[in-house]
Ligand binder design. Structure first.
Ligand SMILES: C[S@@+](CC[C@H](N)C(=O)[O-])C[C@H]1O[C@@H](n2cnc3c(N)ncnc32)[C@H](O)[C@@H]1O
Length: 225
């Protein structure tokens, strides 16, 4: 994820820290950074597309400090929050210490620490462009859905802002919507839709010479069996 504040690449273009180390480093500032990147309209769109219902169980994958989780618990859902970064989860636990509806799990995209067919919804906001294999991550999120469960991913449309990779460790410069839709279909999801959220992610390069504004998509699909 990109933003106006964050670690710069070294002068020869190498990353100063790894992607995982980046999130460990920015965990305590993430909520402030995040507010500069995108608005709450993104998660509102995700909840609406999913049709979230009180009493159901949702997984928030790449949960960070709980941007998506926060709205889910306000709507009366149980949440399993998964992230590779212990620092992000620690920050999230600090924020939601008074809420018993959240289970925290340290885990990686390729092997989510959630049994198969156990959640009603899986959400992933601004996570897909960080994982090594987006199609593999989608397969793994589909695995944990109950039959009839919904996968909802919000992420960046394809763009050309290389500084988001060098300065903020984005692995992918967004995605073509048709690729994301195809990956959903390939893992057996039905009712697949990929559409605009109607909001953008904004970011400024370290030296201030580039300003990115990238549209955000919401992709959704339903587990059939
Ligand atoms: C840009 S942040 C988004 C956090 C949160 N979803 C939000 O909207 O504020 C991406 C998160 O995905 C996590 N992440 C990145 N790659 C991951 C992976 N391979 N497995 C698990 N979590 C990962 C990062 O640690 C980070 O917390």
């Amino acid at each position: 994820m990109a933003g106006s504040v964050g670690p710069c690449a070294t002068t020869d273009g190498r990353y100063r820290v790894s992607s995982k180390a980046y999130f460990e480093e920015v965990a305590q500032q993430w909520d402030t950074l995040r507010q500069g990147f995108f608005s709450e309209a993104v998660r509102e769109k995700a909840y609406a597309v999913a049709g979230v219902q009180r009493g159901k169980t949702a997984a928030d994958i790449g949960a960070g400090t709980g941007f998506v989780t926060e709205g889910l618990i306000q709507r009366g859902l149980q949440v399993i929050a998964v992230d590779q970064s212990g620092a992000m989860l620690t920050e999230m636990m600090r924020k939601f210490v008074d809420y018993g509806m959240i289970t925290y799990r340290l885990g990686e995209a390729e092997a989510l620490p959630i049994p198969g067919a156990t959640v009603d919804y899986a959400f992933a906001n601004m996570y897909l462009h960080h994982v090594e294999s987006p199609s593999g991550a989608i397969r793994e999120m589909a695995r944990i859905l109950k039959p009839g469960g919904k996968l909802v991913i919000t992420d960046l449309d394809e763009h050309r802002f290389e500084f988001l990779r060098t300065e903020h460790h984005d692995r992918w410069l967004g995605f073509k919507r048709e690729d994301v839709g195809r990956w959903f279909v390939e893992v057996g999801l039905g009712d697949v839709r990929v559409e605009a959220v109607g909001d953008s992610c904004s970011a400024e390069s370290c030296c201030g010479d580039q300003i990115a504004s990238v549209s955000i998509f919401v992709a959704s699909g339903k587990k059939i069996v």
